[in-house]
Design a binder for this molecule. Sequence first.
Ligand code: SF4
Length: 314
Amino acid sequence: MSINNPYLSYSDYLKDIYGEKVYKLPVKLNLTCPNRDGNVSKGGCIFCNEKGGSFENLDVSFSVKEQILKNKDYIGKKYNAKKYIVYFQNFSNTYMKYDDFIKIINECNIEDIVGIDISTRPDCIYDKQLDFLEDFNKKTNIDIYFELGLQTTNYHTLDKLNRGHGLSEFILAVNKIKNRNFKVCAHVIIGLPWDNELDVIETSKMISVLGINEVKIHSLYIPKNTVLEKMYSDNKISLISLDEYIDLVIVFLRYLKKDIAVQRLVGRMPKEESVFCNWNTSWWKIRDLIVEKMINSDFYQGDLCNYLDGIVFI
Ligand code: SF4
């Protein structure tokens, strides 16, 4: 954090760990998700389209190693980058046979790779894979990060989102990962139609008390061809305004422990893929508005995080 940045940015956090700027290399696998294939549910989360998460990847016909080397070459030349984190982003990147999992992880053992970031669901954390990752980390010195979708601590809202898991599965997953000394990032959505400010505060506090290391904040955008789109077009849900979003993000940050890195303050998705996204405002403009308001109000990340060491004075 600095005078111009009232929250801990992801790039500063990585610079602190690795001594220089670190770049993410997205890798896409040919996967699905148990919340889409019928194992947990068939419909998927109500906001999930068939892409399962991202829009910035190479084709799955390339092997993991090929994707890493291609992206590394491109980003290395463009930014003079020296260190990288491999990022498995789409769908549930632990939801596969054990042998397939160890194969893809072993393919990441490439020069200049300092970390592997695995995005998955809280109910797809398996002890056998964690055993392997622990061993892999010891042998290669490559750090292991997990990204877990939480979205909100309000389990009634999780049910409405058709997440297929509650809060307890998330807590269990975080504990399992933290027990191996791996780092965890939680994804949250601010502006869910069934949540209020109290839910946003509780989500921030839950992330802080669980010792989570990073957080990714998204506004609620509405992708095409989703259940959420139908609810939106049928006027079954109402969305918050940009001003309300800014205020809720600020409240969230104020309750968030100071050393938790904020990967992003708002998500993004291509215009042609959504019927509503970020009030037609660019993500950097929204980020600037949040930062400006925090600085002008003398607010900063964690200034209300007074609940970690007993709040009642003795
Ligand atoms: S868990 Fe992720 S990939 Fe699976 S349905 Fe939900 S958003 Fe989509």
